[in-house]
Design a protein around this ligand. Structure first.
Ligand code: FES
Length: 166
């Protein structure tokens, strides 16, 4: 038994074929555009060189600024941040200045009553020098740490991670 394609069926198949081809032509570039950030190289894990030399770092926490490029989907911006960096024996330690209570910025020795601690002015949060939150103050966790290193004599800062000193 032979199967004949009617004129109506032929027209339907042709329209479906052309429609599918056109839809693919529109959807593929849109899909590629939407997924583009996933295919790009990430700069995560790279260290940023600061303008502060390792010789300048003492046992007193010092504010060390650093700038890096931040990729936010399709938008790249230059972000400036800083770390509190100090020396502990042979080791150099870098702490995040972001308060673990509500994210304000902590400052070393800013509270006259606590000259050897980090102080958060938003709700009087306190941290020890190693980032440990002081019990009885609002923060419920220690300050995060940054990866830190030295390159050609200059301090380098990397990714933030949970405090491993406390
Ligand atoms: S945000 Fe730092 S104590 Fe509240």
């Amino acid at each position: 038994m032979s199967q004949k394609v009617t004129r109506r069926q032929f027209l339907n198949y042709s329209l479906m074929g052309v429609g599918s081809f056109m839809a693919a032509g529109m959807l593929l570039p849109m899909g590629r555009f939407a997924l583009d950030p996933l295919f790009k190289d990430s700069s995560e894990g790279s260290m940023v060189t600061t303008s502060v030399t390792a010789d300048e770092i003492t046992e007193e926490p010092t504010k060390v600024d650093f700038t890096f490029e931040q990729q936010d989907a399709w938008y790249t911006s230059e972000v400036t941040d800083f770390a509190w960096v100090y020396r502990e024996g042979d080791e150099i330690i870098a702490l995040s200045p972001v308060c673990k209570h509500l994210g304000c910025t902590v400052t070393w020795a800013a509270d006259a009553a606590n000259p050897e601690r980090f102080f958060c002015p938003c709700h009087n949060g306190l941290y020890e020098k190693n980032g440990q939150n002081v019990p009885g103050t609002p923060p419920l966790g220690p300050l995060d740490q940054f990866e830190v290193g030295v390159s050609d004599g200059f301090i380098t800062i990397g990714q933030v991670f949970e405090n491993e000193l406390v």
